[in-house]
Design a protein around this ligand. Structure first.
Ligand SMILES: [Zn+2]
Length: 271
């Protein structure tokens, strides 16, 4: 009996110490890094959908759609993306990006472009990529209406119309608010010539200091990373470390590129 108890204690200690190893050697990766994968989503066109609107959308296009949250593992390329603008810190971010000679991708909201058209034009004129973040940042995780896909499409196309009118360009990347990327969102995107792009790492909304935030972003630098940040509010912590962060990325031998370069994607009509 004594031997048995010793054996049980020994086994428990062994299992516990193995469990602790990743923590001891800091090998635990930030949760977001796991999102970095290419997901193939296959739609079943025969699935029973209730509204005519959804059936109409389903008939329009076919089956295999892709969601991106990173680029290739093999290329030393990284993309910086800024959401929700043009906003209070866009101007400063543009100045920093100019100083460090980096091009980013801006996921803009239609209603914010309407409020700040000149700022949107400036982002585009400086050579950054413009992408669609829908018109008004509706949260489709919470949306329960039967017309969900129709609402998504409406938000997408309303924003697109504004971008086309103001900047004379048709965006082809969309990030739905809060990274909503379920089958219906991806389908709506592809039906309208868009690719859904989320991110491999983003944390600029967290209630932590700028220094810690900077450290976490730096820790997530790797091949194909897509960093998510926001070009608001005015006192965004990102402004405190963006310049240093970009320099660190470059010093580590990475090229900072737009999403179309990172993902090697051109608009559907240019293929
Ligand atoms: Zn957003």
């Amino acid at each position: 009996m004594k031997k048995f108890i010793i054996l049980v204690l020994f086994l428990y200690a062994t299992v516990y110490s193995i469990k602790m190893v990743p923590t001891l050697f800091h090998t635990v990766r930030p949760k977001q890094a796991k999102q970095c994968e290419k997901i193939n989503v296959v739609f079943n066109n025969n699935s029973d959908q209730s509204t005519g609107e959804i059936l109409r959308i389903q008939k329009k296009r076919s089956s295999e759609i892709i969601l991106y949250s990173c680029g290739s593992n093999h290329d030393k390329k990284i993309a910086l993306t800024f959401d929700d603008g043009p906003g209070q810190s866009t101007k400063e971010i543009l100045q920093i990006l100019k100083k460090v000679n980096a091009k980013a991708t801006f996921f803009m909201l239609g209603e914010r472009i309407q409020k700040n058209p000149e700022l949107a034009k400036e982002v585009f004129a400086l050579g950054h990529e413009i992408a669609n973040h829908t018109y008004e940042h509706k949260n489709f995780y919470d949306y329960n209406g039967e017309d969900k896909m129709h609402e998504m499409e409406k938000g997408l196309l309303k924003c697109e119309k504004i971008i086309k009118k103001m900047l004379n360009v048709k965006p082809f990347f969309v990030r739905f608010p809060y990274g909503y990327a379920k089958h219906d969102a991806i389908k709506v995107a592809r039906d309208n010539g868009y690719y859904v792009v989320n991110w491999s790492f983003g944390i600029d909304w967290a209630k932590i200091g700028a220094e810690e935030m900077h450290r976490k972003y730096k820790h997530a630098i790797r091949n194909g990373a897509i960093f998510l940040m926001h070009d608001l509010p005015k006192n965004s912590k990102v402004l405190l470390f963006l310049e240093a962060f970009v320099n660190e990325i470059k010093e580590a031998g990475y090229e900072i590129v737009t999403l179309s370069n990172l993902l090697n994607i051109k608009p559907d009509n240019e293929k």
